[in-house]
Design a protein around this ligand. Structure first.
Ligand SMILES: *Cc1c(COP(=O)(O)O)cnc(C)c1O
Length: 432
């Protein structure tokens, strides 16, 4: 059943006159899936409403932050009461240390934390800090991992260790990515080879400990341990980019789930409770290189913003006091993901899925997805058809095969049941 779309189409046209593609972040434009992006006017719990009055069960959750659901009353109240006292001062406020205390309680290796305004700033700063600490130039990232849009991190490909970073975006000079080594996720031989080739020159390895940005890809057993071992052996800083996984796959992130300690952790998304926040943290010995204590410069006019700190504090405090939420959303996500996969199987639609707790992806490929190469074998046309049909049936999934979906504490059994029913309909439409 096609939805009413007039208002969203009108708003999209208007926005396109002024904003590139009508969007302030590219994936919102639905280029990967086709169709018209709904303009959202309201969110409550697990549901969204668009400008035409259509209602959706939302599995984007603002790309991760809304683990308590939209407009959670305690978060809204905290933002409103902080707002009454003024929205920004460019001076220290007490709530910054409250949020720092919560972050430090979640990550045992973090003794000091610095707040910024986005995940991009967090990873960019952590890498600068790793370089400052090691006094080395090279960094290693993995294909299919996304760490924000800083120049040196916009490196897609580069097959083989010998290939130096090739920029994945126009406007990034090769010189800016020449110290970025992009290796295949899960390939320990390539990583060992990089360490041999660039001996004592690799400042850091940055990794999504559960990848969310090629779709959800969990680490194989032993992989993160091996990365930890090789970085330790080489005096290289290991950065876990937990912008997505922090407070999502467990209160203490992937490092709690897999019991591995990185040297630096980057955070974002959930720690802002739906407002713009990022953070990077680690041991005092490393963090004390950050200005004003040390020579590594990093600053921000709106960093530690009081509204964002208030929203983050109330969100993290609620999660810390209700850790049963993680079991609840794990179980519910399990039912949802298996239910949709069973419907696909029944309809003869080739599909595999990955899930860690409440983050998951249905890949339209029969083979296991373990890295960018296997993820990219997905039938993105089939995904697009599935996505559009789900949207028409009131289910809002991430508009790309290569983005993880999220379930929140506000999603109900009824939401799950309706989502599986919508998937059955979508698969019934699928060409055989
Ligand atoms: C979202 C994300 C980022 C970037 O965060 P922004 O707030 O969008 O700048 C970085 N790393 C990971 C793993 C992410 O998921």
């Amino acid at each position: 059943m096609p939805r009413k779309l007039e208002q969203s189409r009108r708003l999209q046209k208007r926005a396109e006159q002024m904003i590139p593609g009508g969007v302030n972040s590219p994936v919102r434009a639905f280029r990967a899936v086709g169709g018209d992006p709904p303009f959202i006017v309201r969110g409550q719990g697990s549901h969204l409403w668009d400008a035409d009055g259509n209602q959706y069960i939302d599995y984007i959750g603002s790309w991760g932050p809304q683990i308590l659901g939209h407009a959670a009353p305690q978060v809204v109240d905290a933002i409103i009461s902080a707002t009454r006292n003024g929205t920004s001062f460019g001076a220290s406020t007490p709530t910054e240390a409250d949020l720092a205390e919560l972050v430090i309680s979640a990550f045992p290796h973090v003794q000091r934390v610095r707040f910024v305004s986005s995940g991009t700033e967090a990873t960019m700063s952590a890498i600068r800090l790793a370089r400052a600490y090691t006094q080395r130039k090279y960094i290693v990232k993995f294909e299919g991992c996304y760490h924000g849009h800083a120049d040196a991190l916009l490196v897609k490909a580069g097959s083989g260790v010998a290939t130096l970073g090739i920029p994945g975006s126009a406007g990034v000079p090769e010189e800016f990515t020449q110290y970025t080594l992009a290796l295949a996720y899960h390939n320990m031989d390539a990583l060992e080879e990089a360490f041999n080739k660039f001996k004592n020159q690799i400042a850091c390895v940055i990794v999504e400990p559960v990848v969310g940005n090629m779709g959800c890809v969990p680490p194989a057993p032993g992989y993160l341990e091996a990365v930890r071992a090789v970085t330790s052996r080489n005096g290289t800083i290991l950065i876990f980019d937990e912008v997505m996984t922090g407070f999502r796959v467990a209160f203490g992130g992937a490092q709690e789930l897999y019991a591995i300690r990185p040297d630096l952790t980057t955070m974002g998304k959930i720690i802002g409770g739906g407002l713009p926040v990022g953070a990077y943290g680690g041991p005092a010995e490393i963090m004390e290189l950050v200005a004003p204590l040390g020579p590594m410069y990093q600053a921000g006019t709106l960093s530690g913003n009081p509204l964002a700190m208030a929203a983050g504090c109330v969100t993290l405090r609620y999660l810390r006091e209700h850790k049963e939420i993680y079991d609840q959303i794990d179980k519910r996500s399990g039912e949802l993901v298996a239910g949709v996969a069973a419907a696909a199987k029944e309809a003869g639609v080739p599909m595999t899925y990955n899930r860690v707790g409440s983050m998951f992806t249905w890949f339209f490929t029969p083979a296991p997805v373990t890295d960018w190469t296997s993820a990219s074998k997905s039938d993105t046309e089939a995904f697009g058809r599935f996505f559009r049909s789900m949207l028409d049936n009131g289910v809002y999934l991430p508009p790309s095969q290569f983005e993880a979906a999220f379930l929140s504490a506000a999603h109900t059994e009824e939401d799950v049941r309706r989502t599986i029913a919508a998937a059955k309909q979508a698969f019934a439409l699928a060409p055989a």
